[in-house]
Design a protein. Structure first.
Length: 162
């Protein structure tokens, strides 16, 4: 989907592709800050991090990015619907990761970070999201296409403000 987005935005997009290994390690944030002149960072780590790990690491990860790139937009993207992965639900019936990421973005925006954005990816695949994956987790070509179609206009709007 990042190649589709790259063509639509007419700019290079680097997908670091950590897959299941990206767990918001501080070393990774430090390496990411070495990318010269990034236009935007997209953090989609919900699948890789259970709630406890996300709560322990995400804010610090963002702080490390901000140390070198204080004005670069950061997009916190939630995961699309998936198969049989275990989902942690809070006492109000909400997904704990989703709520944590939403609340963290709101907290950081209230603290003055106007360049952090929350994007709910849960509906990007559409009502028939089950058609967008062969295993209930990993997107197919259709799934990646729909992800690009959902994310590209959001990125266009964010980057226009820069």
């Amino acid at each position: 989907h990042m190649n589709i987005i790259s063509r639509r935005l007419n700019m290079p997009v680097i997908n670091l592709g950590f897959s299941g290994n990206g767990k918001l390690e501080p070393e990774l944030a430090r390496i990411m800050t070495e990318i010269p002149d990034p236009a935007v960072y997209i953090l989609e780590c919900e699948r890789n991090c259970k709630y406890k790990l996300l709560a322990e690491r995400q804010e610090k990860f963002i702080q490390l990015l901000r140390e070198k790139h204080p004005a670069v937009p950061i997009v916190i993207l939630t995961a699309n619907p998936r198969g049989n992965e275990s989902l942690e639900i809070d006492k109000n019936g909400r997904l704990k990761n989703w709520q944590f990421m939403h609340d963290l973005v709101e907290k950081l925006r209230k603290a003055g970070d106007a360049n952090i954005h929350f994007v709910d990816g849960s509906s990007m695949l559409g009502e028939d999201f089950y058609e967008c994956s062969s295993d209930g987790s990993h997107p197919s070509d259709l799934g990646f296409y729909r992800m690009a179609q959902g994310l590209a206009p959001i990125l266009e709007k964010i980057l226009r403000k820069q």
